[in-house]
Design a protein around this ligand. Structure first.
Ligand SMILES: NC(=O)c1ccc[n+]([C@@H]2O[C@H](COP(=O)([O-])OP(=O)(O)OC[C@H]3O[C@@H](n4cnc5c(N)ncnc54)[C@H](O)[C@@H]3O)[C@@H](O)[C@H]2O)c1
Length: 389
């Protein structure tokens, strides 16, 4: 462990601080503790952890207090960069000694479940877990169950739900600007289902009022690729149907992709996270992140595309909005857009897609395949790819 112990942090580490106001008059020292910031710990100090640290730093009443990484050099450099008082190479020790109020889990997906359970058992009040929530539904269910039992709010970081670009697209759909939503199409060029397409599945659900999916059909090729410590496909074509009748098609991997920039049908730029929403009275296209916002609308009967400017240019970044909403969820009980339920729904579609490809058959949801091994599905897909040459 590294770092000094400021007085205010030492008070909180004694474990006496409670933020939930109790009824009746507060003694002065209780009042003082209620005003203390939320103490945040970050587990995993790699690439994406910087996004978490910067977002927490932008939220008032939140203080980065501790971080953990098994790589001591990465830990120390991260700790210094964000002026975090305490660093640990053992995240369990961090949880026990620092007792953070909020924890970000920014490690590889195979570790999310174990770390979530440990954090909830250590009394953490809000967990912001990176996507994908987990690699199996059993792990996801355990995470949801233990967090519910412990009163811990568990979120999955599908942060684009808080990005004005995607939020505006969702609002236009909800307002009926393209009529009834018939079809959602999208791609994660160069990426894969578990790594980035979790965002796409989640956004499709977000655009479609978080409706249920009733079946999934997919073609997947796998040749032994590994990313973030788990197998990932080379190519996937996934079709799924929502209970409200609309259809979604999602592609991943090394696919040629027309640019969604208008007027350049096969341009050199491949925007990330591209979606096309087709309704009875128009089409919306949305892609990219804040650096490269793109949102286009074409109503039926209109000539050409209209560029839609999403909201105010001074809006806060998505993750800052998400963390502010987490504080509201803790203090006021308001639901959060990134509730882990949605993270589970996204991996259910992905696992169903792998199962469908392995069985060469449509898969009905809810998925009833206890003990289903994602590794075994990938091995089946590899054998099929090899057999097909
Ligand atoms: N939401 C997004 O837009 C977004 C973007 C990128 C990555 N991610 C997700 O974030 C997660 C992390 O991705 P990354 O790119 O930051 O990975 P990374 O490899 O850069 O960082 C992971 C870190 O975890 C550390 N680690 C491994 N085991 C640990 C343990 N037992 N205790 C503590 N630390 C441990 C590693 O040493 C490493 O520093 C993944 O789930 C990924 O899918 C999300």
């Amino acid at each position: 462990m590294h770092g000094e112990v400021p007085e205010v942090l030492a008070a909180r580490r004694k474990g006496v601080a409670m933020r939930t106001p109790s009824s009746g008059a507060q003694r002065p020292e209780q009042m003082r503790l209620l005003e203390l910031p939320y103490r945040v710990g970050i587990i995993g100090c790699g690439g994406m952890a910087h996004g978490h640290a910067q977002a927490y730093q932008a939220v008032p009443r939140v203080q980065l207090v501790c971080c953990a990484d098994i790589d001591p050099q990465r830990l120390e450099s991260f700790r210094r960069q964000y002026h975090i008082p305490f660093g640990y190479t053992d995240y369990r020790e961090m949880l026990q000694k620092e007792r953070p109020d909020l924890v970000s889990i920014v490690t590889w997906p195979g570790l999310h479940s174990e770390m979530t359970l440990e954090a909830a058992r250590a009394g953490v009040r809000g967990i912001l877990c990176e996507k994908p929530l987990a690699l199996t539904l059993e792990e996801a269910d355990r995470m949801l169950q233990v967090c519910q039992e412990r009163g811990t709010i568990l979120l999955v970081n599908h942060q684009r739900r808080w990005d004005l670009l995607y939020e505006t697209a969702r609002d236009l759909v909800q307002a009926g600007e393209i009529g009834q939503l018939l079809e959602l199409g999208g791609s994660m060029v160069g990426s894969d289902l578990f790594t980035d397409a979790t965002h796409a599945v989640d956004l499709f659900r977000f655009f479609n009022a978080d409706g249920g999916v009733d079946w999934v059909y997919a073609q997947v090729t796998y040749n032994g690729r590994v990313r973030y410590g788990h197998p990932v496909e080379d190519l996937a074509l996934v079709t799924f149907r929502f209970e409200n009748g609309s259809w979604a098609t999602l592609r991943t991997g090394r696919i040629p992709e027309p640019s969604f920039e208008k007027g350049i049908p096969f341009g050199p730029v491949t925007p990330y996270c591209a979606s096309r929403l087709v309704g009875t009275r128009g089409v919306l296209e949305v892609s990219g992140d804040r650096r490269e916002p793109r949102l286009y609308l074409m109503r039926s009967g209109a000539v050409g595309w209209k560029v839609v400017e999403p909201g105010t240019p001074h809006a806060e970044p998505a993750m800052v909005r998400s963390i502010r909403a987490l504080l509201r969820s803790i203090e006021e009980g308001t639901p959060h857009r990134n509730d882990a339920f949605h993270g589970r729904a996204a991996i259910e579609v992905i696992i169903a897609a792998l199962l469908s490809a392995a069985e060469r058959a449509p898969v009905r949801l809810p998925l009833k395949a206890p003990g289903l091994s994602v590794e075994a599905l990938f091995e089946q897909l590899r054998a099929d790819s090899e057999a097909e040459g």
